[in-house]
Design a protein around this ligand. Sequence first.
Ligand code: NDP
Length: 386
Amino acid sequence: MAKVLCVLYPDPVTGYPPRYVRDDIPVITQYPNGQTVPSPQGPLGFKPGELVGCVSGELGLRSYLEAHGHQLVVTSDKDGADSTFDKHLVDADVVISQPFWPAYLTAERIAKAKKLKLALTAGIGSDHVDLKAAAAHGVTVAEETFSNSISVAEHVVMMVLSLVRNYLPAHQYAVNGGWNIADCVSRSYDLEGMHFGTLGAGRIGLAVLRRLKPFDVKLHYYQRHRLAPEVEAELGLIHHETPEDLVKVCDIINLQMPLYPSTEGFFNERMLSLVKRGAYLINTARGALCDRDAIVKALESGQLAGYAGDVWFPQPAPVDHPWRTMPYNGMTPHISGSSLSGQARYAAGTLEILQCFFEGKPIRPEYLIVDGGNLAGTGASSYKLS
Ligand code: NDP
């Protein structure tokens, strides 16, 4: 019998289950690169479209795990040495955590977790796990690659339009009973003709570029490996040799690269000094890619015209985190990858990985981040250990 310790975000304050506003979600069978969606054996423990990402939703895993004699512990209490997470970690075989409400699996915690064999991210982005320590302790790390990439790409497009069109302040005028058109439009522009650049054009970054193409914007990207020439030609992409070259010419900059030790604090005062005055910055990748206080200063000085994102450090962000109240922000809590549609896919992917793990079958390489003491599968191309 294995002990599976699962950390999920708390239930809705109005209770669980919520009253669903729609009866179904579209059926998606494959991702844009041809990869198939998760295919666990047997019944799912939930109906796609249900809220399974919170504690009472349990990712729909209980029926499968208990039918196979395993123990499932689900909690949202994840921080501090007295947390429920720390208490159960010492004899857990599997930990499931998620970027939205990350149980930070630090080197110290991994050292305490003597029985831990699998650290599973329900979603994408395993930077809350110390990958070096996981590799050293022989812990396999896996995530459900592609499960919520399109969910995030759609969120980015929404944030681009919201910032450029000044949607959020204008909406607030309407809510507050006002009608001052001049105040609303004095920061409102058309997206058409602007230069949009993404730092990182992987699964999400490329999906964003594809979605913005019909807006007649000029599309730029930077990453170390160039996209295929036919993709560059199809989208009319301008590739830059360095991130600095890109940020100097773009009106809107999107961060879509992973967080690993050498990208921490990447968008700092120096990078901000290079952007065009009045640029917009979007970040749905990871909060720690940016220098927190430098972003606030750039918004206050007008160097940035807006900043929107859903990722913070740490998470949940403290109530006095300056990004909650800085001017011209379009921040949300970390929600972009946890739409009900995205949840259905990452919950099914979690079940698929658990079934492989318990039945001794190989986990799909696209789901692997660390395996056999080193980066593996997707991890080998997306992450670095230093
Ligand atoms: P991918 O691995 O598909 O793409 C990341 C891209 O970043 C790669 O193409 C890589 O190309 C590029 N890259 C790596 N290092 C750098 C660098 N230093 N500078 C510029 N580009 C770089 O990842 P995804 O698109 O699936 O996801 C990207 C990130 O988004 C995730 O790591 C995660 O942090 C975040 N995410 C957020 C979610 C949310 O809910 N907000 C949900 C899912 C993911 P190359 O190696 O050629 O440089």
